[in-house]
Write a new protein. Sequence first.
Length: 160
Amino acid sequence: MPSRSNLFSAAFARTTGGWTGAEVDLGEAEIVDDLGDAAQEALNLDGDELTLLCVEVEDEWFAIVRYEDDLDPRVFISDAHAVQGDPLGEIFADLAGVVVDKDAPDLGIRPVGDLELLSDFSVSAEELLELSMEEGVLPADILSLIAERLGFADELDRLR
């Protein structure tokens, strides 16, 4: 997958001292496992830390993947329709177990995946859904709000 100027991706690991972040290169991602490998490599992790991979593509969609211990990754995608036709978006859709029917009419924003992804950080499923569907709010703004709530806004701003 070629490098894209309209893509921002960063991973954030929760440590005893707070959060640490690093920009993640997803240019070589071809399969689901490549996402986690890229996040771990960017942060120099051994795999046990709670890690969030945050991705925003243009003003179209964002995704958050949560890696924790040996559990299966959990993913949330802000709009299943926006990811179709996007090779990276399709990797995220695969991770979420979502098949987007390319022939189905686009009925607007369709968030998919694990809505409870951040509920233990006081971002409820309802709030995540509401943020994703709010008209006129850009993916970057939503990720900034989430980062602020979780305590890694400074790290996110530093990487942007």
